[in-house]
Design a protein around this ligand. Structure first.
Ligand SMILES: [Zn+2]
Length: 393
């Protein structure tokens, strides 16, 4: 059934999601539902000057919810940004966080909510082993998330990626308590996204659904969500890209993005294992990196995923080819062309002498564990060389 633009829905899976156009007007209600009277609204400097932020603050204050803005975060938020946000939170005696924006703003808001009442240092909560148990969970601030892009799905995730600026690495902070308690998923907030960002973020959502689905392990719930997420993206990403104001397309993409992040609790894979170090070393959009890497990784994993790709090809109603992998590859390559995404990584200008170091970083990335084949450093080096040369293995 096509999505009606007047439709409103409340979902409680995996958290409470208020979906529908114009639902940003219910922000003050969301605050009072969580007992928040004085929230800190965390966003990025680009969004901070847009009317949607001013309107949200004004509407909250009119409803008696004193609200302040914090937007001093980098496009990849770092530890100093989070410390500054926590200082702001505590000096303003805030009692909750509204994380409002794209992946960076959502992750920064989640990290500030996590750190608001902790005595340990931020990096003590890196997602390694049982570190998350060090968190004083009762002191995590109540959290509302409002996504303005359709890609990361961070609004329904339990992790935040923050840059450790001293050691030049991306650190994943994890705690179940930073899953936002209420998500306001309002497609109208995403219509201003330019086509290139719509494409890159949409392909990130596709990579989350696809890598989660390919990841080994028994998780039929995640698989079901991932398959439907990919079906929605196949139908609606090019529409959102070519008709930015199409609210039906924007709505489906926003949900498909949340579905990707819900599904990838199961695991990710080699696309993300390579996109993370490449993103840390070169200033290239995370979603764009995944989009370019996508066919090379599928092709490299061919031996382990043929049955799944046959099923995916049926779900997506792809043109039959000799193998499921080839049907999915043809679909992805055509989709990338339609979105104006490059076929190879030439534009990143990767120095060939750095390939072994990047491959080494990929083997240590937490996403590597979810890949259907266990790839060695040499495998990652070969895979990356393929993506630079534009050669499918
Ligand atoms: Zn991603």
């Amino acid at each position: 059934m096509p999505l009606q633009n007047t439709e409103k829905s409340n979902w409680n899976y995996p958290t409470t999601i208020w979906f529908g156009n114009g639902r940003i007007s219910e922000l003050a209600n969301a605050c009072s539902t969580l007992g928040i009277q004085n929230p800190l609204l965390v966003t990025d400097p680009g969004l901070a000057t847009l009317p949607m932020i001013a309107e949200a603050l004004t509407a909250n204050r009119a409803a008696g919810v004193a609200s302040e803005l914090f937007s001093e975060i980098k496009s990849n938020p770092n530890g100093a940004n989070i410390e500054a946000g926590v200082k702001h939170y505590n000096s303003g005696q805030h009692d909750g966080v509204i994380a409002f924006g794209g992946g960076s703003a959502l992750d920064a808001g989640k990290a500030i909510a996590l750190m608001a009442g902790q005595s340990r240092h931020l990096w003590d909560f890196e997602d390694v082993g049982d570190n998350w148990k060090r968190v004083n969970a009762e002191r995590i601030a109540p959290l509302i998330a409002i996504p303005t892009t359709a890609g990361t799905g961070s609004e329904v995730g339990r992790a935040a990626v923050i840059v450790d600026e001293t050691h030049h690495r991306k650190v994943i902070l994890f705690h179940p308590g930073i899953l936002p308690s209420i998500v306001i998923a309002d497609p109208q907030l995403t219509v201003g996204l330019p086509p290139d960002i719509t494409a890159a973020t949409g392909m990130d959502a596709l990579s989350h659904n696809l890598e989660a689905y390919c990841s080994p392990g028994y998780h039929p719930m995640a698989d079901g969500i991932a398959l439907e997420g990919m079906r929605l993206i196949k139908q609606w990403l090019t529409v959102a890209h070519s008709e930015p104001a199409n609210l039906t397309a924007r709505g489906h993409m926003l949900v498909a993005s949340s579905m990707g992040a819900t599904a990838f609790q199961k695991g990710l894979g080699a696309m993300h294992a390579l996109a993370h170090p490449l993103g840390a070393l070169y200033d290239v959009h995370h979603g764009l990196l995944n989009a370019v890497l996508m066919p090379y990784v599928i092709s490299y994993n061919r031996a382990a995923i043929e049955n799944k790709m046959q099923h995916l090809a049926r779900v997506l109603e792809l043109e039959p080819t000799s193998t499921g992998v080839d049907a999915v590859l043809a679909f992805i390559i055509e989709l990338r062309q339609q979105l104006g995404i490059p076929h190879d990584l030439t534009f990143v200008d990767i120095d060939a002498t750095r390939i072994p170091a990047i491959a080494e970083m990929a083997t240590h990335d937490p996403s590597a564990d979810g890949n259907p084949l266990l790839l060695t450093k040499n495998d990652y080096a070969e895979l990356l060389a393929n993506a630079i040369k534009g050669v499918l293995s």
